[in-house]
Every structure is written in structure tokens, then in C-alpha cells.
Design a protein around this ligand. Structure first.
Ligand code: AMP
Length: 518
């Protein structure tokens, strides 16, 4: 039988067409419905001229239709290309030029602007998934047959292009193959013990690898169900727990759950697993969650380019502050960033990965692709990390966030961990900004716990006793919250911009004292 690697994998996991795939309040989309609706959309895509390998760009609200539509693109042999819903039309223009899609899906509210943009950068057909609109693809799809012969797509064919967030330049399109996605979903189903009995609380966006691939593909490949939420709200997630089994979230999901008095052992009694990823989970959050619920959050590590790489164990210790062990089939090593030579346990260096999960390269950027792979095929993640004495991987931070002050390397995480340990501190972020004498000077941005009243001298006093002098921040700021993106990642670029002129770069700054500012 002709094969479509990813969709065949999902299809093989469907034991019973009447079982729920998506539960959205009282509305249930069964696996049978999913097969029919995705077939109708796939027929509509072919009618629009989508051919194998054509890109289909989607910038649309998180809806049940949008999830089904992702599967239709795969079945039609297209390359799914989701975009963050927060991108402005100026930003979208770049993606359309770069990806040259055949079809662009947008919401009705943006359809005119998208149409104008598409007309400038090619001849993409602009459609919406919303009903009762002249350009509604859903209205069109329901007139189509609910059967579809999946377009043949092999392991190495592209299934999706996901653009990286591009904080260090232009966004790059990570080319993900059918085999990348299927192998990773299979590994995760296995290590996290997913089965058809699971009901996953799905409150993540679906334009990012976490909500789209980790959450959705794992559910599909185990024939489980997902409980659909258009956005995250701690109260609705708490309501869902007694009738669900797994939550996948970013760390802010967990800090916001902890802020609710409703989070307790009774509320989580039906849940078997809480997973966190996409940004570092504070060890303190892990501890508080265990104390309140009796359950240890399972932290895992991955990225757009590689899918998931490492996970704490299902059985065995889930070690706070670590991301666990390599997934089955994935190899992880920590290397000297310059020489590329592997480092010993305990040494901090560049995290490099290889395996069936790792992408093939950046779309139309062969140079960038070459730069980020070693000759032996390992991908240079850009994350700094180390393997601890028990073999757990610890992510220390992004390489570009490394601070070089007076010629010495300082890992922000080391300072952040010390600050976070202080009574009265909720969290912190440490960045390097230009400094006339030192190259970079260290700035600490601190969020206090409600009711506490710290000042920079108090924080500096404690750090001075614990850290070498060159690691000490030269200025402290107290803020209400750290800037974060939708995936819960602290936006260090933004902090570097805010505090860029912090130290007098003409050379007149006082370089010894902590600035009692903010
Ligand atoms: P993205 O491509 O948007 O998924 O971002 C991937 C990046 O998020 C990684 O390269 C890491 O820097 C970070 N990341 C993901 N999971 C974790 C984690 N559990 N701990 C620390 N950083 C993480």
C-alpha cells in the first residue's frame, strides 16, 4: 500500500473510530470524525492546487478545525507551516516570501491584509477556516468526499517547516521530515507510557513544536484523547484535572497553578503525569508542586529543530533542575564550543544532539545549516549544558546569553540560582550589557515574592559571600515580572535592550560598587 509515513502511523493507532480524539467542552470529535473531516479538507487542498511538497502557511486561532487541518495538510502531501498568531503583517511578509506557500490560512479579521500581502509575494491562495465567509475553506471542504487517498510521502519527505523565534537575526525555517515527527512521537509515547486511556489537557498554542507536535502527535500515536482549550487558564485546567490524566505545560503553567489555592492532592487525584518543557522549570517550582500535590513534575528538553531530546524518567528520580536522559535513539554530548571535542561529566559546554528526531536543515539556508552541524552529523543546539555525575543533562542556558566580563565567562544561571535561593525572591534573570572597562557588565533583574522588601545591598551582600568577585552583578533592578514570550521563555534580548545604557560606556562608571537602583 502506498505510504504516507506520518499519517499512516497515526491511522494505525486508531483501534476504534468511535473513540474521542478531541473533547472541546460538550463537543466531541471522534477518530472517525477526524478521518472524515481531514479527508474533506485534503480534497479541498488538492482542489486548490496543493501538490506534494507545497507549503501551506497557517496563521490562525487555535480551534478544533485548525488541528484537523494540520492533519489534512499532511494527508495531502503538503508541508505544514504554522505561524505564531502574534506576528504582525510586516513579520508575516518575510515568512511568505521565504516559504512561498501555495495556500495561506488566516482568520477573517486579517483576511484583507493577508490577501494584499500574498498578492505581493507570489500567487498564494488565501483562505480561512471560519465558516460562512466567501473564502471559507471549511464551507468548501464539507461539500467534498469524506474519503481521501493519502498522497505518498516517505520518511525523508518534509512534513512541516517551523520557524525558529529568531532572536539573533532572521527566523530560520526548520525542515522537519515525516520520520522526524513520527520517530519522536513514538519515543515519547513509549517513555511517558501513553495509552488509549489517556486524556491530555491541551492548553498550549498549536503554532509551536510543544503544542503541535509533542502534545498532539503523542495523543494521536497512542489513540488517546485531548481535552481542548483555546488558551491557558489555571482555573479551567484545574477543573479539567479530575477528568483528565496528563498535563503538558510550560513552566508558567505550573507557577500559575501554584498561585491557586485549589491546587491540592485531591484535585490532581486522577492525573498520572505532569510534564514541563520549553523553558527552564525552577527547582523551587518543582519542590512546591511536589509538596502541594505529592507529584513530581517531569521536565523534558527539546527545540524546534530537534523535537524532543531528553526527558526525566517516568520511573526513577525526576531530578529538579535537570532535563534527564537522552530519548531512546537520540545521542547527546557536551562539547567544547570551539574545538568541538567532547567534555567530561560535570564540565559546561555546548549541547550537541543526533538521532532520528533531528531536522534536516534550514529551509533555503544551506550556509546556516552547514554552520550548525558538526562533520559527524551532530546538531549544535546553541544551548550550554553539562552531564551530572548520575548522567542527567543540566541545561545552563543559551550560548548567546553567556556573559563575558573582563575576559571571563559567566553563566547567568549560576548567579540566577543563587539569587532565586534567597528568601523573598520569586525569580530572577541575569544579563550582560556593554561596559567600557569590562566588555560586559552584569545586571540582575529580580522579581520579589509578594510582601517581601529586599534591596540591592541585601542581595549583593549575600552573593558576595558566595560567588567570585567577577561574577557579581554591578547593578540590580527589582521588577514586577520578567518579560516572557508565549512559550514562557524569558526574553533576555528585551532585558539587554532595556538596560543597554546601564553602564557609562565612556569609561566613567563606578565599576566596583553594586548600583542600588530600581
Ligand atoms: P524552541 O525552539 O522555541 O522550542 O526553543 C528551544 C529552546 O528552549 C532550547 O534550545 C532551550 O534553550 C529551551 N528549552 C526547552 N526546554 C527546556 C528546558 N526544559 N530547560 C531549559 N531550557 C529549555
Amino acid at each position: 500500500m502506498a505510504k504516507n509515513t506520518l499519517f499512516d502511523g497515526f491511522r494505525a493507532a486508531i483501534a476504534d473510530h468511535t473513540r474521542p480524539f478531541i473533547i472541546d467542552g460538550d463537543a466531541v470529535t471522534t477518530y472517525g470524525d477526524m478521518l472524515e473531516q481531514s479527508a474533506q479538507y485534503a480534497n479541498a487542498l488538492v482542489e486548490l492546487g496543493v501538490k506534494p511538497g507545497d507549503r501551506v502557511t497557517v496563521q490562525a486561532a487555535k480551534t478544533v478545525e485548525a488541528l484537523i487541518f494540520y492533519l489534512a495538510v499532511i494527508r495531502a502531501g503538503g508541508v505544514y507551516q504554522p505561524l505564531n498568531t502574534a506576528y504582525t503583517m510586516t513579520e508575516v511578509a518575510y515568512f511568505l516570501e521565504n516559504a512561498e506557500p501555495t495556500v495561506v490560512i488566516t482568520d477573517v479579521s486579517a483576511i484583507d491584509a493577508m490577501q494584499a500581502l500574498a498578492a505581493k509575494s507570489g500567487d498564494a491562495r488565501v483562505k480561512t477556516l471560519e465558516r460562512q465567509h466567501p473564502q471559507s475553506l471549511t464551507d468548501r471542504a464539507i461539500a467534498h468526499r469524506s474519503e481521501f487517498d493519502n498522497v505518498v510521502r516517505n520518511d525523508a519527505d518534509l512534513a512541516a517547516i517551523l520557524y525558529t523565534s529568531g532572536t539573533t537575526g532572521r527566523s530560520k525555517g526548520a525542515m522537519l521530515t515525516h520520520a522526524n515527527l513520527l520517530s519522536n512521537a513514538a519515543a515519547l509515547c513509549d517513555i511517558w507510557h501513553f495509552s488509549a486511556d489517556d486524556i491530555l489537557i491541551h492548553a498550549l498554542p498549536i503554532f509551536h513544536t510543544h503544542g503541535l507536535f509533542v502534545a498532539t502527535n503523542v495523543v494521536l500515536l497512542s489513540g488517546a484523547a485531548l481535552r481542548f482549550f483555546p488558551a491557558y487558564n489555571p482555573d479551567t485546567v484545574l477543573d479539567a484535572m479530575p477528568v483528565s490524566t496528563v498535563l503538558m505545560g510550560v513552566p508558567t503553567f505550573y507557577t500559575r497553578l501554584l498561585a491557586s489555592e485549589r491546587l491540592n492532592r485531591e484535585q490532581v487525584a486522577n492525573m498520572r503525569l505532569f510534564i514541563s518543557g520549553s523553558a527552564p522549570l525552577l527547582a523551587e517550582t518543582h519542590k512546591q508542586f511536589s509538596e502541594r500535590t505529592g507529584m513530581a513534575i517531569l521536565e523534558r528538553y527539546g527545540m524546534t529543530e530537534t523535537n524532543m531530546n531528553a526527558s526525566n524518567p517516568y520511573e526513577g528520580a525526576r531530578k529538579p533542575g535537570t532535563v534527564g536522559f537522552p530519548l531512546p535513539g537520540t545521542r547527546i554530548r557536551v562539547c567544547d564550543p570551539d574545538s568541538g571535542l567532547p567534555l567530561d561529566k560535570g564540565a559546561v559546554g555546548m549541547v550537541e544532539v543526533s538521532g532520528p528526531n533531528v531536522f534536516g536543515g534550514y529551509w533555503r539556508m544551506p550556509e546556516k545549516t552547514r554552520e550548525e552541524f558538526r562533520a559527524d552529523g551532530f546538531f549544535i543546539t546553541g544551548d550550554l549544558g553539562m552531564i551530572d555525575d548520575e548522567g542527567y543533562l543540566v541545561i545552563v542556558g543559551r550560548g548567546k546569553d553567556l556573559i563575558i566580563t573582563g575576559g571571563l565567562n559567566v553563566y547567568p544561571k549560576e548567579i540566577e540560582s543563587e539569587i532565586d535561593d534567597l528568601d523573598g525572591v520569586l525569580e530572577s534573570a541575569v544579563v550582560g550589557v556593554p561596559h567600557a572597562d569590562f566588555g560586559e557588565g552584569i545586571v540582575a533583574v529580580v522579581v520579589q515574592s509578594p510582601g517581601s522588601n529586599l534591596n540591592s545591598d541585601a542581595v549583593h551582600g549575600v552573593l558576595a559571600a558566595r560567588l567570585a568577585k567577577f561574577k557579581l552583578p554591578k547593578a540590580y533592578y527589582f521588577v514586577d515580572a520578567l518579560p516572557r514570550n508565549t512559550m514562557g521563555k524569558v526574553q533576555k534580548n528585551e532585558l539587554r535592550n532595556i538596560y543597554a545604557d546601564q553602564f557609562n560606556t565612556s569609561g566613567e562608571s563606578d565599576t566596583s560598587a553594586p548600583g542600588a537602583r530600581g
